[in-house]
Design a protein around this ligand. Structure first.
Ligand code: FAQ
Length: 311
């Protein structure tokens, strides 16, 4: 009976054990995971665009090799995550259709433009830094395939973060113009990076249920705080200023106090109204449509092979 299965599901969650693809799960749990894992996968794939735009303009062969490797890793992350989503009974093609028709989301951060090479460093340092804060706890999420995908992704994200920091450190040791370029870039990316963690807890419709199911293990605000605490000393070591006048060490809490991002801006970007939403989606849609013949040819070939073997 379904109630026994449901009991088993809740017991597994309570033990902090994993739910696996063949286990019974409530339909709402499955839907939550499809939503989050698909959004996460789409973010990795759309996230290739802002940095990918600089591959042809990298300042040296070494920087170009590093950037190429990073952007390729992001394609890989997208593929592991689509595979994790497929274990929930949806296909990658279906999910991509939902993305390109605007019915599924991807992270707000990738709707901001990359205006200088310093942005490659800032994205590595702040955006990958935020991604790590959010994703390390997700290695212990309750759904097995998602948690296991996260382990490898986090290892690669740490490399991404280090390369960003190293790029910025090199620029900060350079000329005044290079230092100004880094500061200008950090000024643009700081607040959008804080928004990556989602709305404040009291405005987050999904957090409570996702925490009860062990899909999320920390709230949006908890992870945002962890990110700020980790990043402030790094900013000091770099010699850049974070553009928040309210940023101050709070002795009592043992954490930094900080200002609030502009939440109206987050909602506008999430609703499709950010600086680059139209461009990002148009680019993804074009690539998806132009690749249709490859998918069709591969399918036709596989079917012909199968038919020949059956004869
Ligand atoms: N952007 O109730 P909540 C990367 C939506 S890192 C867009 O708080 P939840 C690596 C949310 O989906 C980026 N939408 O939702 C990389 C929901 O909408 P819905 C990807 C946002 O799920 C680095 C609604 O608002 N990482 O790609 C955002 O409990 C460099 C209500 O929000 C992940 O996806 C936002 N910032 O918490 C790649 C991490 N915030 O579905 C390339 C996994 C909220 O009801 C270069 N995901 N929304 O229509 C998560 O941890 C969670 O899903 C949150 C949101 C924390 C993002």
């Amino acid at each position: 009976p379904e109630s026994a299965l449901e009991e088993q599901f809740h017991a597994t969650i309570a033990r902090k054990d994993r739910i696996e693809p063949r286990d019974w799960m409530p339909e709402a749990y499955r839907r939550t995971l499809v939503r989050q894992v698909a959004q996460h996968a789409h973010s990795e794939i759309i996230g290739m665009q802002p940095e990918g735009a600089w591959i042809g303009r990298a300042p040296s062969l070494r920087r170009k090799a590093i950037l190429l490797a990073k952007v390729q890793d992001e394609a890989g992350h997208g593929l592991y995550l689509y595979s994790a989503a497929e274990t929930l009974g949806v296909s990658r093609a279906e999910l991509t259709e939902l993305l390109v028709t605007g019915r599924q989301k991807y992270s707000s951060i990738f709707n901001y433009p990359t205006l200088s090479y310093a942005d490659v460093g800032t994205i590595g340092w702040l955006v990958d830094g935020a991604a790590i804060c959010n994703q390390v706890p997700l290695c212990r999420t309750s759904y097995g395939p998602y948690g296991r995908a996260m382990i490898r992704i986090c290892k690669e994200e740490s490399f991404h973060q280090r390369q960003g920091y190293e790029l910025l450190r090199t620029m900060m040791r350079g000329t005044d113009a290079q230092r100004a370029m880094v500061q200008e870039s950090v000024d643009r990316f700081w607040w959008p990076s804080l928004m990556m963690f989602g709305p404040p807890d009291d405005a987050s419709p999904h957090t409570a249920r996702s925490m009860a199911w062990g899909v999320k293990t920390h709230t949006n605000d908890e992870l945002r705080q962890r990110f700020v605490d980790m990043t402030v000393p790094q900013a000091e070591a770099l010699g850049v200023t974070l553009p928040d006048p309210d940023l101050a060490w709070n002795e009592q809490r043992g954490s930094y106090d900080f200002g609030q991002p502009d939440w109206d801006e987050l909602w506008a970007v999430v609703a499709g109204d950010g600086p680059c939403n139209a461009q990002r989606l148009a680019h993804r849609t074009r690539a998806w449509r132009e690749g249709a013949w490859v998918r069709e040819a591969a399918l036709a070939y596989a079917e012909r092979e199968r038919a020949e073997h059956e004869e």
